[in-house]
Design a protein around this ligand. Structure first.
Ligand SMILES: [Zn+2]
Length: 418
């Protein structure tokens, strides 16, 4: 087991409840076991006992709860989720790699290196994850939620258990988020190294949080093509598919690696600049993302847009000779602009797509947080509290997928700082 096995009062995070043993009830308080008020050992969420004495027998080493006959724990784990140990039928023991993350399996319990209980594995190789975020103690994984899995161990019967699961149409050698981005982008193999890097930077956040998969299944994918009228991309209203213009794609990439997320470009109007955001892939994804939001969320976005447009028209109305709809600013107004980019002023759809794009990478995300906290808040909710902003029919699929992505190391609290 890991090096984290020494018991320190302050850091121990174990279950709380009662341990039943030969008709006696022992109290378990955050992993510490007491018999008549005296400490007699430690119990971890994953069902390991350590430093036992007295009625539990004297032993300093780690051993599974099954090693003491008739010993049964009932209560809650350190996350507050209901826990019974041993967990139902005895399952396999060995190791399990889930999206490349290594877990230890003991009698069917999937254990993290810190003795957290991740879920259960049965002798057939079926995985049931614990989902403390949504208070679900057993989530059976299926084809749309299970990440690549390699199991190497022995069944409860002693027979060898070796299994590999790979998601259909996913590259076996890639972690989930990369394989998902490759699946989303039709012509991935035709891209050069810089184009691939750019694609990954645009979409990584959305892939790691499961939104890309939900959007791809509900709306569509993305491909290179020829977009008319000189636009960089378009999202089909009926099909939901994104087409990126081949030439504009390269120009965006060039801007991005030369100037960063934002570039202030000159316009036909003297002294007037337009701020552009160089994240076309994330922008088009933003259009797809709008379709999976609840009606209430879409209405809120419309309201935010209207307020900003009003303010924009008041502070710096567009010059009469300008026929466009983008926000134009003078050089000294760039940091005081109303919209995240000039193009975001054109319609509420473009406003949303530009904000979603800005949220996709760290530098523009930090700018958006200061400049438009209300829309930033909606975007945070999409990532971390999707049940509050997504269409009701998509809530269960995203919750199940996100539980899996947490276990697989893709979705974590620090994603927005990366
Ligand atoms: Zn657009």
């Amino acid at each position: 087991m890991s090096a984290k096995t020494s018991v320190e009062k302050s850091t121990l995070r174990g279950p709380s409840g009662f341990l039943e043993l030969a008709g006696q009830m022992l109290v378990v308080d955050f992993g510490r076991i007491y018999h008549d008020g005296a400490p007699v050992g430690v119990l971890y969420d994953d069902g390991y006992l350590q430093h036992t004495s007295g009625v539990l027998g004297s032993s300093g080493t780690l051993r599974p709860i099954e090693s003491i006959n008739g010993c049964l724990f009932r209560g809650i784990d350190s996350t507050g989720l209901e826990l019974v140990l041993p967990t139902g039928e005895r399952g396999p023991s060995g190791s399990m790699k889930f999206n490349g993350v290594l877990f230890h399996v003991v009698n069917g319990r999937i254990a993290a290196p810190d003795h957290g209980l991740v879920g259960e594995l049965d002798d057939e190789g079926t995985i049931f994850l614990r989902d403390p975020r949504n208070k679900v103690s057993r989530r059976k994984l299926d084809e749309s939620t299970q990440l690549s899995t390699i199991i190497d161990g022995k069944k409860s019967t002693g027979d060898v258990l070796k299994m590999e699961y790979h998601r259909p149409l996913y590259r076996k050698d890639k972690i989930y988020s990369e394989a998902e981005m490759i699946r989303y982008f039709m012509d991935f193999d035709q891209l050069n190294g810089t184009q691939k890097k750019y694609l990954f930077e645009n979409l990584r956040l959305w892939a790691a949080t499961g939104l890309l998969q939900v959007v791809r299944k509900s709306e569509g994918n993305c491909a290179l093509g020829n977009v008319k009228h000189g636009a960089a991309g378009q999202t089909g209203v009926r099909t939901g598919n994104v087409t990126l213009d081949k030439e504009e794609f390269d120009r965006d990439i060039e801007y991005y690696y030369e100037h960063g997320c934002f570039a202030a470009v000159t316009t036909r109007i003297k002294e007037c600049l337009e701020v552009r955001l160089n994240l076309v892939v994330a922008h088009e994804f933003g259009h797809q993302l709008e379709f999976v939001l609840s009606q209430a969320t879409q209405d809120k976005i419309k309201d935010l847009y209207r307020e900003q447009k009003k303010r924009c028209d008041k502070i710096h109305p567009l010059p009469h000779e300008y026929g466009g709809a983008a926000e134009l600013v003078s050089r000294h107004q760039i940091e005081k602009r109303v919209f995240v980019s000039g193009y975001a002023r054109s319609t509420h759809h473009e406003y949303w797509a530009e904000c979603a794009a800005a949220f996709s990478v760290k530098p523009s995300r930090e700018y958006l947080k200061k400049q438009d906290p209300a829309v930033y808040d909606i975007l945070c909710k999409i990532v971390y509290e999707p049940e509050t902003v997504l269409r009701p029919v998509l809530v269960e699929p995203i919750m199940a997928l996100q539980a899996s992505l947490r276990a697989g190391g893709e979705l974590h609290e620090n994603l927005l700082n990366e």
